[in-house]
Design a protein around this ligand. Sequence first.
Ligand code: ADP
Ligand code: MG
Length: 452
Amino acid sequence: MDDIEDLYNLFPEIKDHICVSKKIGQGTFSYVYLGQVLSKPDKKVALKYVIPSSSPSRTKQEIDCLLNIGGTENVIGVNAVLRNKSHILIIMPFIEHESFNDTFISWNLEEVRDYMKALLIALNRVHQCGIIHRDVKPSNFLYDRNKKMYALVDFGLAQNYDKSSENIFNYEKLNKNRSINENIPARKNMIAINSKKTAGHLILTAPKTQNKSEVNSLPHGPSSEKSQISNSQSFDRNLNEQTKKATSPNLNSHSKKFDSPKTNANTLQKYYSFQKSAFSDKCNCYNMPIVCEICTARSNKWAPRAGTAGFRAPEVLFRSNYQTPAVDIWSAGIVFLSILSGRYPFFKAVDDNMAIMQLVSLFGAESVRKSSIKYGESFVCSHDKKPEELKDICTKLRRKTASSLGSKKNSNSEILEEFPDCAYDLLKKLLDLDYEKRLSAECALKHQFFQN
Ligand code: ADP
Ligand code: MG
């Protein structure tokens, strides 16, 4: 549906009211166009054409969200919805915006504070209305710098949340035939945990040749310091290509131990091979860096995992049954992490296992192990990776970004290198691995960071 003429043919009634000028966005499930309202020269609209192969229930949920909760508190509203057979067109107010990646590094403290406050106000609205957005990220939170307007968009993955029930999805029954043997001892030198709740186990093993300083570095750490925001994509592509080779499972093979990829990128992937598998009492691979045939044949643990790589909360990565509005708060925390560190995207993983490893790189093996218990997974990590101090890592990364951007010609705006301590305190509380301890949007808005 690239052609504007096709849009007019599908929805002829819009021609009398709106002049569609160009395509302004394209996602997995939609094309978004800019339109000018003919009767009001100063009014622009965004026309979101939902591709017909999208699930009807998903489209209905998106429209319901816009109608029921949109139009206030930084949540996008809706002007009209048109349908022609399976073709849907959602007409919304147009929010002029730049790409987050092009501007966030130059925001001053006030602008960062306003942006995060606006995002939390939108999330508070959504959560108070019993909805989890499930895809919070900068491209779904539009920011008009000139008008100081914000809009949370894209409710295509939103889900209802029943506040009265913690276990909102009740997917436990799907996994109920799984059991786990708690008495199998951990392999020597490995941290191992067992859990009654589930059948999964995750093993991280470290190769012998490790350089401590490199292990301690982050995915976008020192060796990527030359790769500025503009080329972080190519860094990620490089990383993804390298790690894809190491992580694509071979289902016919008894062993799924993957060798670490050879890469110059300073990532944990360089040092760890890892695997995740189902587990049963009868299997003989528990805590071993292999997956036996019994486990390979088992069905996967199932839980909702909608969202975007790099923004998924630990409870989503561990496929927990307990997924609440806190998954959106985690994603907002990742956005804040990007701002404070000057790195976007901060995490970019090709799959959930890699994403878990990236959590280990930042929060340490022990914290991730503890959270895995909470989420009913068994997690094993051979290397006791210590947690990073969020403030230290953010200021270190931001300074590098600032100094390299400062050395560029045409860059005359001053880049903030450090934020007040309360900013890092808020970050820590948004990025609590435990969904029950993570701040709600309402509490986060009362945090000291937002009190001038
Ligand atoms: P998808 O579900 O395909 O991701 P989105 O609703 O996120 O669709 O829209 C894709 C892109 O279109 C957004 O990232 C944004 O750039 C643009 N867009 C969406 N809605 C609007 C709007 N109301 N005003 C301006 N641009 C919009
Ligand atoms: Mg989107």
